[in-house]
Design a protein. Structure first.
Length: 180
């Protein structure tokens, strides 16, 4: 088996710096174009180790970044929807070309309002953008989980109450048969 090229002093320094920034061995290996095993081995030689706490921290940070990205996308979808609703009543420049006649008259342009078909397409596009905004906004909403938990707790209490009531009526029925 062929041995890989030894790590240079610059690569070792980069491993030390990136390890200090909390990068994972995999991420450092990708950055350097080296194997994860090689990066881990060199880090161990320098007295550095990659532990799961760093990975968990990096995972939490990545989740926060993705949540922020979804919030930006949701905002952009809402802005796009708003602009499409504005376009329903905004004139646009209509251009027309013709092949015959006077060369000076072959091209014309004028302001026009959207046609009903254009308005229908704008409404569909705006509705789609609004739906995407809502989906992205609800994705990170904790309110939905809290509402579901509250609903399930309420249902659990109601079922216990009903079960207790059924238990009482069973005891009453048993008592009624004993008296006969």
């Amino acid at each position: 088996m062929a041995r890989s090229t030894p790590f240079t002093d610059a690569e070792r320094m980069k491993i030390r710096v990136l390890h200090g920034k909390g990068w994972s061995a995999t991420r450092i290996a990708t950055e350097l174009g080296r194997s994860t095993r090689g990066v881990t081995r060199i880090a161990a030689q320098m007295g550095m180790h990659f532990d799961h706490a760093q990975t968990a921290h990096a995972t939490r940070a990545a989740a926060i970044d993705m949540r922020a990205c979804r919030a930006r996308l949701a905002e952009r979808a809402l802005i796009e929807a708003e602009e499409m609703f504005d376009d329903l009543h905004r004139p646009y420049m209509d251009h027309a070309f013709s092949m015959g006649g006077d060369p000076e008259q072959r091209y014309s342009q004028h302001a026009a309002l959207p046609t009903p078909a254009d308005k229908a397409q704008l409404m569909r596009a705006a509705t789609s953008a609004l739906a995407e905004h809502r989906r992205l906004a609800e994705f990170d909403s904790d309110e939905g989980a809290a509402a579901a938990k509250s609903l399930l707790s309420g249902l659990g209490q109601a079922l216990r109450t009903v079960a207790d009531g059924l238990g009482d009526s069973d005891q009453k029925d048993e008592g009624a048969t004993d008296e006969r």
